[in-house]
Design a protein around this ligand. Sequence first.
Ligand SMILES: [Fe+2]
Length: 159
Amino acid sequence: MSRIDLGGLRDHVYRRFALPDSALHGPAHWERVEACGLFIAQRTGADEELIRLFALFHDACRENDSRDPQHGPRGAALVREVHEAGLLPGLERDRLETLHFAITHHTHTIHHPDPTIGACWDADRLDLVRFGIVLDPALLNTEPAILVARGELAHPVGA
Ligand SMILES: [Fe+2]
């Protein structure tokens, strides 16, 4: 059982988020990414706690809704900061590094063999349908996300 207080962590992240009303990259998007990631994890065994944390932090340090190529590294740095502040109790070093990598590289890297990193990135991409973007199976990592892109599985949060 995780000892992380996700509710408290959400409050901490929301308080410092620069774009609370952003439909593109704000909390509503984070919640859909979490739902998409858990949908994948239930079918692949990916790490559900890391997926929840990825969803919360991956866009948390965006400073605008357009070009912000450093938001991944800033979000990963925030994860380290809250870890050092004791807000991620029980998160082992190797899982912290997996989460840090997934957040740092989520905008610029497409494929990764780690099932949890792949699930995180696919979860973010699955939400692109909200903005009329057609999913390309070649840009996805996990079987469930690829099946959604091919129309063979229902989209977990709708279009
Ligand atoms: Fe995102």
